[in-house]
Design a protein around this ligand. Structure first.
Ligand code: NAD
Length: 437
């Protein structure tokens, strides 16, 4: 990838489209509205609260990220979305039960104006949902064309300058890339023949790319992670990233495991279990959708701990992940981790983590950051997979010849160095030898 020669300024309005208007999506919409009206602080958002050090430590140049790279302002964001249920964003947020009345009431008027467009939805891919607010079309290609038309209409109606799309829809059943995903011609042919390997999320991704709209995938679905669409994105000059927002338990895993490895502490096993009662939990109660999530959650430790490089420490560890749908907890997930580690002379130790987290509260700032950074990438002429945004994902997309980087701290360094690189600033290596000359 070449360094951007110039970065277009974020003029005019930015449309943020979310296929899926459920817990995560409506929590972002409400939160952005509350922040821009001065009722809340955007906690958890790197683009809004984060700073970046430039130059030497002695220079004290530490601007806010959003000022350093000129991100779109929150006041310029316009939200839209699709959902197989017709509830407006207020009704959907109330059902999701993430936000308390004190927040929901203040954002009510705004949220009621956001009504979902009809979804390209097929229950074969999300078994536990049965929405009726869905598009009809003669085949999958036709549905993708309808999404393209929605995008154009939304842009025109809201007088938008630019758009980004972030998949906040449910987790679909597990699919592997196959021959229909190998190039654009095969993919389009498969859409026209209603091939079962073409899931609804792929239709949104295809439509976004075709319309020149950056696409981020917040779920673990295959969606855009195959040659046909990554190549299409390069050809159309569109940035892509995914998959699966890194929020609760996996975020903790990618914080803790780099620490064990740094100290050369061994691992015998890591058992993770969750109880979750929101619609996402209900969807994941279906084995097909759970398999997609499980694959995504299992990857991080293997990559971070490098069992082949450190066979005595990480060659034989057991890793299990369970998600149990338990309605009383709603969106307030509880995730337990039992970690069996060993130290000097092989003596065993245990660590227990009990994270009482709020899933959508952790995911919402990620959606906002992705929307703003993807817009920046687009304005900078960066296209194809944006690996520097791995920071936000459980299964980061990367070039086919690479393995993904999961360590949260390396991911953050990569993200910030990418911003420095884009702006022609010196990269920070943390060597610091110059201070001791
Ligand atoms: N909350 C988190 O911490 C977190 C973390 C990682 C990933 N995710 C993923 O983000 C996604 C959204 O999570 P959520 O908690 O908001 O779930 P949710 O169930 O509250 O919302 C998902 C919405 O997507 C809709 N949907 C399903 N198929 C669709 C389609 N084809 N087109 C348009 N809309 C469709 C559903 O009707 C639902 O309203 C899920 O896939 C989830 O696995 C969430």
């Amino acid at each position: 990838m070449r360094r951007p020669v110039s970065i277009a300024p974020p003029k005019g309005k930015l449309g943020v489209l979310t296929p899926g208007m459920g817990a995560v999506s409506t929590t972002v919409m409400a939160g952005v509205e509350l922040v821009r009206r001065g009722h809340a602080v955007p906690v958890g958002s790197l683009t809004q609260m984060g700073t970046i050090r430039l130059g030497r430590r002695t220079e004290s140049r530490i601007p806010k990220i959003k000022e350093f790279v000129k991100l779109a302002e929150l006041k310029d964001i316009v939200f839209g979305g699709w959902d197989p249920f017709p509830d407006n964003a207020y009704e959907a947020a109330a059902k999701a039960g993430v936000l308390e009345a004190k927040h929901l009431d203040k954002a009510a008027k705004f949220l009621k104006t956001i009504k979902p467009m009809k979804a390209a939805f097929d229950q074969n891919y999300v078994k536990n949902l049965d929405g009726k607010h869905v598009k009809k079309g003669k085949n999958k290609f036709d549905l993708a064309e309808q999404i393209r038309q929605d995008i154009r209409d939304f842009k025109k109606k809201n007088k938008l300058d630019r758009l980004v799309m972030v998949w906040c829809g449910s987790t679909e059943i597990f699919l592997k890339a196959e021959s229909v995903h190998k190039d654009l011609a095969s993919f389009e042919k498969a859409m026209k023949s209603n091939h079962q390997a073409i899931a609804p999320s792929m239709l949104y991704a295809y439509a976004a790319i075709a319309e020149g709209v950056p696409f981020a995938n917040g779920a673990p679905n295959l969606t855009v992670d195959f040659a046909a669409l990554t190549e299409f994105a390069k050809q159309k000059g569109v940035p892509l990233c995914g998959k699966d927002f890194k929020t609760g338990q996996t975020m903790m895993k990618t914080i803790l495991s780099p620490g064990f490895k740094a100290r050369m502490l061994g691992l015998d096993g890591w058992f993770s279990t969750n109880i979750l009662g929101n619609r996402d939990g209900e969807v994941l109660d279906d084995p097909g959708s759970f398999k997609t999530k499980e694959e995504s959650k299992l990857g991080a430790l293997e990559y971070i701990l490098q069992p082949k490089v450190y066979p005595e420490l990480y060659g034989k560890f057991t890793h299990k992940v369970r998600i149990n749908y338990y309605p009383p907890r709603g969106d307030n997930k509880e995730g337990w981790d039992n970690i069996d580690i060993f130290g000097w002379l092989g003596y065993p130790m245990q660590i227990k983590v009990d994270f009482l987290c709020r899933d959508s509260i952790l995911a919402a700032p990620i959606v906002l950051d992705l929307a703003l950074f993807m817009d920046l990438a687009q304005r900078s002429g960066m296209h194809g997979i944006q690996e520097w945004l791995s920071f936000y994902f459980k299964s980061p997309m990367c070039a086919p010849e690479l393995y993904p980087e999961h360590d949260l701290f390396i991911q953050l360094m990569k993200l910030k160095n990418t911003l420095r690189w884009m702006m022609g600033e010196e990269l920070i290596t943390h060597l610091g030898a110059e201070y001791y000359d």
